[in-house]
Design a protein around this ligand. Structure first.
Ligand SMILES: Cc1ncc(COP(=O)(O)O)c(C=O)c1O
Length: 458
């Protein structure tokens, strides 16, 4: 049974760039599909907004009832170039008509090599690089650990508090937050060590001292508790995503990168959420001139097709024996074609610059809002990756209930916003980088009204 109106099933930038509500959210068709979903799909797979999608493009998602919602999530930072981007869709169709799979490890094809060449070109640093392609972000992070362990002959892995790296066994161990990501799923992989994150809002010594004190604390804990010579790699998100868009204060990451370099530790930047223009640079490491030894990418790489990569120094990447890296689908030809088109779109439309402009609009709106709303405890982010942390006024107590209620109110009014944060009290905004500015303004009118309708408590 197909419920969607076929006329609405063409997505891309030609969809009317408007918020349009023709039913309640969810409408009757979505409600019917939700019932089917509950009967057929495992409960553990969550649903943020209770609508089913018929088409999407530019800054909107059209549901099966004909509602047009403003997309402030980009499918969690994936469709940076816009959903159903015409050049991505055309590349996918062409490649699918030629061949859909051979397995790169059996009979290779040019698209895989071309994506690795592009990754060498756009990632930070002009040293010699190699890449390996995978299917998901978690798989890329797992492989970065494998590569770092073989290259260094060491086993320990250091990760930061509030970090998120995925849902596989090893990446659950790397991820900080227990509920919902880890609860009941152990035992977890060993040799993972968690050190403090520079979280300016919550740093005991205050935001000014945060970078310096946090870096010193991390270095002290590694030296004292683990031993630098045992550490294969340190993995850091340059801006923490699921952890709540925590932007480490300037100096923290360079201090860690320098310490790693001085001690033979592989510095891995997990740019799975921050990459491909999202923060107003190709990669968020560039904001502080950091050149990581390895960089993991996924999400924005391929305009919505599943693709991920580890890119890094040739001598590290090539340390792994033949056959040690790979997988049946890694670097699927259709996903590679999509990635080449998406990278070309980011460049030809200066979507990196667009991310910076969208970020300015969002931060201006949010700072103005914070001045009037005592429950907005922090406004932070870079480029088109910004967030507000909601607190009970005058405290650092997270207000998760308000966050959930505000997000739900936005959804009912046709704006897809996401939440995040260790304490579930962060509203995060990740518009497609092709979002028209008037539509972004309208999204913030709705968000502002939702915050007013659900005032802070306590
Ligand atoms: C920083 C970071 N690393 C890793 C992952 C895991 O990626 P995936 O969901 O594709 O496995 C995510 C996903 O949100 C992420 O944000």
């Amino acid at each position: 049974m197909v419920l969607a109106d076929p006329a609405a099933a063409v997505g891309g930038p030609d969809l009317p760039q408007e918020r349009r509500l023709v039913t309640d959210i969810p409408g009757p068709r979505s409600t019917e599909l939700m019932a089917r979903r509950s009967a057929a799909v495992a409960k553990g797979v969550s649903a943020t907004v209770p609508v089913f999608v018929a088409a999407a493009g530019g800054g909107v998602i059209v549901d099966v009832d004909g509602n047009s919602l403003i997309d402030m999530g980009s499918g969690i930072a994936v469709v940076n170039v816009g959903n159903a981007n015409p050049s991505v869709s055309a590349a996918v169709a062409d490649q699918a008509a030629a061949f859909t799979h051979t397995c790169f490890m059996i009979t290779p094809y040019e698209g895989y090599v071309a994506v690795c060449e592009e990754l060498a070109r756009v990632t930070p640093g002009d040293h010699e690089k190699r890449s390996a392609l995978f299917n998901s972000g978690a798989e890329a992070v797992e492989n970065a650990v494998k590569i770092a362990r073989v290259a260094t002959g060491r086993t320990a892995v250091v990760v930061l508090d509030h970090g998120y790296h995925g849902r596989t066994n090893l990446t659950m161990a790397l991820t900080a937050k227990n509920m919902p990501y880890k609860q009941g799923f152990g035992p977890f992989a060993p040799e993972i060590h968690r050190v403090p994150m520079a979280y300016p809002l919550r740093w005991p010594g205050g935001p000014e001292a945060c970078a310096r004190e946090a870096a010193a604390e991390v270095i002290d804990q590694i030296s004292k508790n683990i031993g630098a010579t045992n550490v294969a790699c340190l993995i850091a998100e340059p801006i923490q995503g699921e952890g709540g868009f925590i932007v480490p204060p300037k100096g923290f990451l360079p201090a860690l990168a320098d310490y790693c370099a001085a001690n033979g530790i592989v510095f891995v930047a997990d740019e799975i959420q921050t990459g491909f223009g999202r923060t107003g640079r190709w990669f968020a490491c560039e904001h502080e001139g950091i050149v990581p030894d390895l960089i993991t990418t996924a999400k924005g790489i391929a305009g919505g097709l599943p693709l991920a990569a580890v890119t890094g120094r040739a001598e590290l990447m090539d340390a792994v024996h033949v056959g040690g890296l790979g997988g049946t689908y890694g670097g699927n030809p259709v996903a590679c074609a999509a990635a080449l088109a998406a990278i070309a779109e980011i460049e030809s439309h200066d979507l990196v610059g667009a991310a910076g402009r969208l970020g300015e609009v969002m931060l201006t709106r949010l700072h103005a809002l914070a001045a009037r709303d005592p429950g907005v405890g922090d406004v932070r982010g870079r480029g088109a990756m910004v967030a507000v942390e909601l607190l009970h006024p005058g405290t650092l107590e997270p207000d998760m209930a308000r966050t959930v209620a505000v997000a739900a109110a936005c959804h009912r009014q046709g704006v897809v916003v996401l939440t995040a944060g260790t304490y579930g009290n962060v509203l995060r905004f990740l518009p497609p980088l092709v979002m028209p500015e008037p539509l972004l303004g309208e999204a913030f009118d709705v968000i502002e009204a939702a915050l007013q309708a659900v005032p802070p408590t306590g």
